[in-house]
Design a binder for this molecule. Structure first.
Ligand SMILES: C[S@@+](CC[C@H](N)C(=O)[O-])C[C@H]1O[C@@H](n2cnc3c(N)ncnc32)[C@H](O)[C@@H]1O
Length: 278
């Protein structure tokens, strides 16, 4: 999935060191991969950028494997090694976010943020505050770094989910609720072996189950949950759990499940909500 990149880029405690030789390629679905050597779309970091505290701190470093331009965002995103990148997953989700008037000032939760792509689109669209979680430590740092680069550092809080308790709500306070909960979670019912595979595999659909069964408790009145899934088996499971939990469940897509292969792209958007009157 990740394409080769000649340049070597490292983030040390939230700061970028670049030894640039070039990184190119064409993006998918309107998301372009930046040419790092020329500063991407004119918005990427300059060739060498080092903050004093990063060098002194000696904290864990994550290589940056590419820069990507995202239509909804004002500058390129950095993508760290081992962090998920497939923008086609969230095409409909990001379009919906950009066009949603209710997002202004909203409190948003994103479960499984990766590079921070979708959370940052929410902030760009006017969300008041976003809490984002991920189980991959590199993703936690990646989302924080991208928020800092985009000037959203004070409105995005990224929390790390421990691998031993990977439920959707593990790192939330008991009373925390949101106007919008979003997730492009892993889609396939398989057991992950590596931290990267947690982006793809949800064994026994445990995360799916946890997201849907917790929606009622975590959504504020009138709140919505938007899930992006490109797997028919998973979507049918969501419909089943939503019915059991007495949640409204709508597929915001013109494609018909019966006509799709089990795994497909772009991801399909599903909206869950508590029905009026509970
Ligand atoms: C398909 S990727 C999506 C990443 C990002 N939202 C995007 O659209 O580019 C799923 C993400 O969920 C994370 N993840 C998997 N299981 C998780 C869990 N139980 N809690 C939080 N994050 C999880 C993975 O590490 C990965 O970053």
């Amino acid at each position: 999935m990740l394409q080769g990149c000649v340049g070597v880029h490292w983030v040390v405690a939230g700061v970028i060191l670049q030894f640039v030789a070039g990184c190119g390629g064409s993006g998918v679905g309107g998301v372009g991969e930046a040419n790092v050597a020329s500063g991407g779309a004119g918005t990427g970091p300059t060739a060498v950028s080092v903050a004093a505290d990063s060098v002194e701190s000696g904290k864990p470093a994550y290589p940056i494997v590419r820069y990507v331009a995202v239509p909804q965002l004002s500058r390129d995103l950095a993508i760290f090694d081992s962090v998920f990148w497939e923008p086609d997953d969230t095409l409909s989700l990001r379009q919906k976010i950009a066009a949603d008037p209710q997002l202004r000032g909203a409190a948003v939760l994103e479960v499984g943020t990766g590079s921070g792509l979708v959370s940052l689109c929410c902030l760009q669209a006017g969300a008041g505050r976003v809490v984002a979680t991920d189980l991959n430590p590199a993703a936690v740092e990646n989302a924080r770094e991208n928020a800092r680069l985009l000037g959203f550092g004070d409105r995005l809080e990224v929390r790390r989910v421990p691998r031993r308790s990977p439920g959707a709500w593990t790192v939330l306070r008991p009373d925390e609720t949101f106007d919008l909960i979003i997730s492009n979670p892993p889609w396939e019912d398989q057991r992950p072996e590596t931290v990267e595979q947690f982006a793809l595999y949800d064994p026994g659909f445990e995360l799916l189950e946890s997201l849907v069964t917790g929606a009622r408790q975590r959504l504020r009145p009138g709140g919505r949950m938007w899930l992006a899934y490109g797997c028919v088996t998973a979507i049918r499971q969501i419909q089943k759990v939503a019915e059991r939990e007495r949640l409204e469940c709508r597929l915001l897509d013109e494609r018909r499940l019966e006509e799709l292969p089990d795994l497909f792209l772009p991801g399909l958007l599903i909206e869950l909500a508590v029905p009026a009157g509970g």
